[in-house]
Design a protein around this ligand. Structure first.
Ligand code: ADP
Length: 479
């Protein structure tokens, strides 16, 4: 099949979260299955200046935006064996410091930027028709809306099927009604059956209405989003499409995330050579200015610092944690209040808490390898990658039983010698603390801990299985 992935982020070109890993790695895994795969993404500044081998093309296009037309060009890059990455170039939109905004907030023209991107993606596909157009998140959702509601404009794509993956219902691309003209769509679509959402325009909702199939990134999350608690106001739309909603668990790129081959960590290790993990722990303690303490349990976190990730629970149990003999290694960036909280925590407890505010790929790997326990107490978690990385690194995850965390971590039962981590249910500080206590207790039992680590490391969430599931879904659409 000819498959195009249209995504606002693709590893290694541009990444703010798991979506980038998914788009890049899934494309490569689908290519391994024999499909002809291409990717479409914006040519952000980090792409233009990132040292990638970029190739110019003669392709220019012009797309309608409100009353005018906007022009753009296309660059090409490569991925995998033979994947073409089409980069939509329009420097006034994408040659900026960040992908979506600054610490002061989102860029005010995000609606326009991603209307433009979605239209541009369809222009590229018109010249390179595909069987499947697979769009990711609100930034590319409108490509599906335009293709389905204005089919006469895209005759070359008349036989293309569409798949939309919602990576996180918390981000929908909701804009004021005044942005509606940018979409150049018939006014009938600004209504509650289509893109209207409480008098606003909702890009993601458009894709949920128009896509042939909707996927999300874990089976549990696919069920959760049908309910009010996790549907973010779109649960009724999703219920109406329930037969077309599929949960496919993300995979892990073990070429990048495997302690046996990881170039970023102090010493490589495998299940049968866990002593080398100690060097990684020392390396991590050194990197964050913590004293080297082999026996003290080290708790790691790598995350966007947002309330979705359960940081309010961490805040609430923080003093209890500090009363214990443990250390913490935290890497993240996001909401000011959490950045400030952890900066202050590191100052208050310099021997116990090491913090780096920012985005740091190397340190993310070093925390996975060097920590003993990994915390992910998320309020909601569509899939989550870090807990799967943690399992591979023998760094025992403490997670809340929600979304993909529930699908990937099995609660440890020391009596039965089963399980791969520590799982708690209620979104309450006491429940998180109790799970941490269980982890610390287990850590104190060397034999049980080693066995637990081995069980965790033997889990396999490779992309092949997920790529097969996507491939079957595409096939269903074509038959
Ligand atoms: P989400 O997509 O909700 O942010 P995931 O767990 O699915 O969460 O994916 C997060 C990805 O981003 C992982 O690859 C993780 O290692 C990475 N990541 C998150 N924050 C940082 C950071 N501050 N520095 C480096 N990598 C980070």
């Amino acid at each position: 099949m000819r498959i195009a992935m249209i995504s606002p982020e693709v590893t290694p070109f541009a990444k703010t979260g798991g979506l980038a890993d998914v788009a890049g790695t899934l494309a490569v895994a689908l290519e391994h299955l024999g499909h002809e795969v291409s990717l479409v993404m914006p040519a952000y500044r980090c792409v233009l200046r990132g040292g990638f081998a970029l190739e110019g093309t003669s392709m220019r296009f012009s797309v309608p935006l409100a009353e005018r037309n906007e022009e753009g060009a296309v660059l090409k890059a490569g991925l995998g064996k033979n994947i073409t990455v089409y980069l939509v170039r329009a420097d006034r939109y994408f040659d900026r410091d960040s992908l979506y905004g600054t610490s002061a907030g989102d860029y005010p023209d995000n609606a326009e930027r991603f209307v433009f991107f979605s239209r541009a993606a369809l222009e590229i596909l018109r010249h390179n028709p595909v069987d499947i157009a697979h769009c990711h998140d609100w930034q590319s959702a409108l490509a599906i809306v335009f293709l389905k509601s204005q089919a006469e404009r895209y005759p070359e794509l008349a036989s293309s099927h569409t798949v939309f993956t919602a990576h996180n219902l918390g981000f929908q691309g909701i804009f004021g009604q005044s942005e509606w003209p940018l979409l150049d769509l018939d006014r009938i679509y600004f209504s509650p059956q289509y893109l209207e959402f409480h008098s606003h325009v909702n890009f993601l909702k458009g894709a949920l209405v128009f896509a042939d199939k909707i996927t999300t990134v874990s089976p549990t999350y696919a069920r959760e989003i049908l309910g009010a608690e996790q549907g973010f106001g779109l649960e009724e739309v999703l219920q109406g499409r329930a037969d077309d909603v599929v949960g496919i668990l993300n995979g892990v790129d073990y070429g990048q995330w495997d302690p046996a081959v990881d170039p970023w960590i102090a010493e490589r290790y495998t299940e049968s050579n866990l002593t080398a993990k100690r060097s990684c722990k020392r390396g991590l303690q050194g990197a964050l200015g913590l004293p080297a303490r082999d026996k003290t349990p080290l708790l790691g976190m790598v995350s966007r610092l947002t309330s979705q990730k359960g940081f309010d629970l961490v805040e609430k149990i923080f003093d209890q944690l500090m009363a214990r003999d443990l250390q913490m290694a935290i890497l993240g960036s996001g909401e000011e209040r959490y950045e400030e909280f952890f900066r202050r925590a590191a100052k208050r407890f310099p021997k116990k808490v090491g913090v780096r505010v920012g985005f740091d790929e190397a340190l993310a790997h070093q925390i996975e390898a060097g920590a003993d326990v990994f915390l992910m107490p998320s309020l909601y978690e569509p899939c989550g990658l870090n807990q799967m990385f943690s399992l591979k690194y023998g760094t025992i995850p403490v997670v809340r039983a929600v979304g993909g965390l529930k699908d990937t971590v099995e609660d440890c039962d020391p009596e039965q010698e089963t399980g791969t981590g520590f799982v708690f249910g209620p979104y309450e500080p006491e429940a998180l603390m109790a799970a941490v206590e269980r982890a610390l207790q287990s850590y104190g039992d060397k034999k049980a801990w080693t066995a637990l680590r081995r069980r965790a490391m033997s889990m396999d969430f490779s992309w092949e299985r997920s790529a097969d599931a996507y491939s079957n879904l595409y096939q269903q659409l074509r038959s």
